[in-house]
Design a protein around this ligand. Structure first.
Ligand SMILES: Nc1ncnc2c1ncn2[C@@H]1O[C@H](COP(=O)(O)OP(=O)(O)OP(=O)(O)O)[C@@H](O)[C@H]1O
Ligand SMILES: [Mg+2]
Length: 260
């Protein structure tokens, strides 16, 4: 099982949006996909399950952190993706305050129990560089970092790279182990264009050529219809939807290739 983590401690950069589309893209291509929501905000859980279950019967993210899953299984969803939901346990001090070494060991152990059932695991993470993020990075084969071309969005990237170097240095040395994707690009905004040039100059090959423009269709797909943007043509037919679908398809295909 390959593991792809979507991470950036900056909020609102598109981690959940990209994770949602990537997981569904892979499942549509016949891959056995499990997705884990490691973000206590539980936005991916709401997207995939409709709500955040109070007493979930399936396997939950906090159980993976403490490795007490009692052989529970991921929850099946209508998207063809099996799901391990974010739960209240993630915010409990006994979990959120765990030592990174313990988190890494526990997650490694709990992964062993599911890895033969799936080809790919996608992990969505929250906007914080804490023990949960460290655990997810430590077991990743591929790390995708969405960034908005705005200075405030890239301020944390150096700290994230430093964390990766510490907990999973192989990701950095392996060609293509880490990739940045520019999201919510505003092509008419000179500051965005300038910032994209700077990011490309600073991080070179780490930056994917595939980018996502800021398009209202993506917002509608995620927040109104709960479907990938390429599936909302009937409800929301517009140029924005057509162009956003094309960009999202190119991106998810590129990530699939890189993570293979
Ligand atoms: N390319 C885009 N164009 C327009 N809206 C977008 C785009 N990408 C994401 N969004 C919207 O931006 C908002 C934030 O995106 P998302 O929730 O994916 O970010 P996040 O990084 O997961 O945030 P958090 O750190 O809070 O988990 C959402 O409402 C989403 O629909
Ligand atoms: Mg999110």
């Amino acid at each position: 099982m390959k593991t792809i983590t979507i991470a950036n401690q900056k909020g609102g950069v598109g981690k959940t949006t990209i994770a949602f589309h990537q997981a569904i893209h892979l499942a549509k291509n016949g891959k056995r996909v499990v997705m884990i929501d490691f973000d206590p905000q539980a936005n991916s859980t709401r997207r995939f399950l409709g709500d955040v279950p109070e007493n979930p019967e399936g396997l939950c993210a906090s159980s993976m952190m403490v490795n007490d899953d009692e052989n529970r299984k991921p929850i099946e969803t209508k998207y063809g993706v099996d799901f391990i939901c974010a739960d209240q346990g993630l915010t409990h001090p006994s979990v959120s305050g765990m030592l990174p070494g313990d988190v890494i060991n526990n997650i490694r152990e709990s992964f062993k129990k599911i890895e033969s059932d799936y080809d790919i695991c996608i992990m969505d993470t929250g906007p914080s560089l804490g023990a949960i993020m460290v655990g997810a990075i430590s077991i990743s084969d591929f790390l995708l970092v969405p960034i908005q071309p705005e200075s405030i969005s890239i301020e944390g990237v150096a700290a994230l790279l430093k964390t990766i170097k510490t907990v999973n240095p192989g990701l950095i040395t392996k060609k293509g182990g880490v990739a940045f994707v520019l999201n919510k690009v505003k092509w008419f905004d000179q500051l965005h264009i300038e910032m994209m040039k700077q990011i490309k100059k600073a991080y070179g090959d780490l930056v994917l050529n595939e980018v996502l423009t800021d398009r209202v269709a993506i917002n509608y797909a995620m927040n109104q219809y709960g479907k990938p943007v390429w599936d909302i043509g009937r409800e929301y037919r517009s140029q924005s939807q057509v162009l956003a679908s094309k960009e999202m398809q190119l991106l998810t295909t590129a990530i699939e290739r890189r993570a293979a």
